[in-house]
Design a protein around this ligand. Structure first.
Ligand SMILES: Nc1ncnc2c1ncn2[C@@H]1O[C@H](COP(=O)(O)OP(=O)(O)OP(=O)(O)O)[C@@H](O)[C@H]1O
Length: 338
């Protein structure tokens, strides 16, 4: 069994309580009972609504927040292991950098602190954006600060890159260029990249795994081909047809939009939208269809955007972790949740 780059089992994180007032119940479970595995070499998109816990998860994997329960391992070793420090690069959402330093001084610091430092890789990001080395960090624009953070992460040549909304404030050209560099780096080194984003179009072009968080819980996770192949978007023409119904026995209650019954061979309705000829239903195929590749299934697999939006609009739809991202343990070698 190859150890995953990141594996969580029953991971919960509790935050808050900073006021320290007796009797104050101001602590919040920002991650709840999360279980997933991110294989080595994956490019994993981390998505979810505002406040879902994406930043909390990235900071926890980076070792900056301690789990309150459960286990979290990087390359098979508990998070926080001293050896992890050199192997991971983390870019926080607030791009915390020393504002008084010059860009050059920060690069020197990167070189002095990291034995595998790659100056050219870092400088390439800065040169492409024409960021002068003599500039003071505090005087850089928001997008340039992001590029500087990504340049430092790139220079570190890490085995695991954790990037919190790395593209949010970059112009379209900088997005493409920087993403291209990062993807080429991780492919060359077999490194693992986890990046959060709200821009699904950006992710669609780059990721091969997806982790959808909502209210601190994993709603959906999997290798992208597995996730998409396990779902079908049926339109109004396909729904009433007897033949389609036989291939996909979406029963009357479900096709009317009732929540997933969770029983038998019936595909799970994730979301039913519209009415009459404009109606479309996203279903998740039963495990047997999923296992057989669902070659005869009616309807079309959804796009990443259709899939994510359907799950976000229907917080009551049951979550799912595809086999490729289920945590593996000695007690559950097929994966927890299989
Ligand atoms: N230091 C903290 N103390 C208490 N609660 C916190 C703290 N930091 C974050 N939270 C809470 O944790 C939850 C998850 O926040 P987090 O920043 O991880 O969400 P997110 O998915 O990254 O959101 P966004 O997409 O808006 O960046 C939120 O309810 C937030 O208020």
């Amino acid at each position: 069994m190859t150890t995953a780059a990141v594996q969580a089992v029953g991971l919960s994180v509790r935050r808050g309580g900073g006021l320290g007032l007796p009797g104050r119940r101001d602590r919040l479970d920002v991650l709840r009972d999360c279980g997933f595995r991110i294989p080595r070499g994956a490019v994993c998109g981390l998505v979810g609504p505002n406040g879902a816990g994406k930043s909390a998860l990235l900071a926890t994997v980076a070792g900056l927040i301690a789990p309150s329960s459960g286990t979290l391992e990087l390359w098979g070793r508990p998070v926080g292991d001293e050896a992890h420090r050199a192997r991971l690069a983390y870019v926080a959402q607030n791009r915390s950098l020393y504002p008084q330093f010059s860009v050059r001084r920060l690069l020197r610091l990167g070189r002095d602190l990291n034995p595998c430092w790659q100056s050219e890789a870092a400088e390439e990001v800065l040169e492409a954006a024409r960021i002068p080395l003599r500039a003071r960090v505090g005087s850089l624009s928001g997008g340039h600060r992001t590029l500087l953070s990504l340049a430092l992460a790139r220079g570190k040549a890490a085995d695991l890159l954790l990037l919190d909304e790395p593209l949010a404030d970059l112009d379209p050209l900088a997005r493409r260029r920087t993403m291209g560099l990062l993807l080429a780096d991780v492919a060359d080194r077999g490194a693992t990249l986890v990046l959060s984003s709200h821009v699904l179009a950006d992710l669609e072009e780059s990721i091969d795994h997806l982790l959808l968080l909502d209210q601190g819980r994993v709603r959906l996770a999997g290798a992208l081909p597995e996730l998409l192949a396990a779902h079908r978007l049926l339109d109004a023409i396909e729904l009433p047809a007897r033949r389609a119904a036989a291939a996909h026995p979406v029963d009357a209650a479900q096709s009317a939009g009732a929540p997933f019954s969770g029983a038998s061979d019936t595909p799970a309705v994730v979301e039913s939208r519209g009415s009459g000829p404009a109606r479309s239903v996203l279903v998740r195929l039963h495990h047997s269809a999923e296992a057989s590749g669902a070659g005869t299934a009616a309807g079309e697999p959804p796009t990443l955007e259709e899939l994510v939006l359907a799950y976000l609009r229907r917080p009551d739809a049951p979550g799912w972790i595809s086999p490729g991202m289920r945590p593996l343990t000695a007690d559950a070698p097929e994966g927890i949740g299989a």
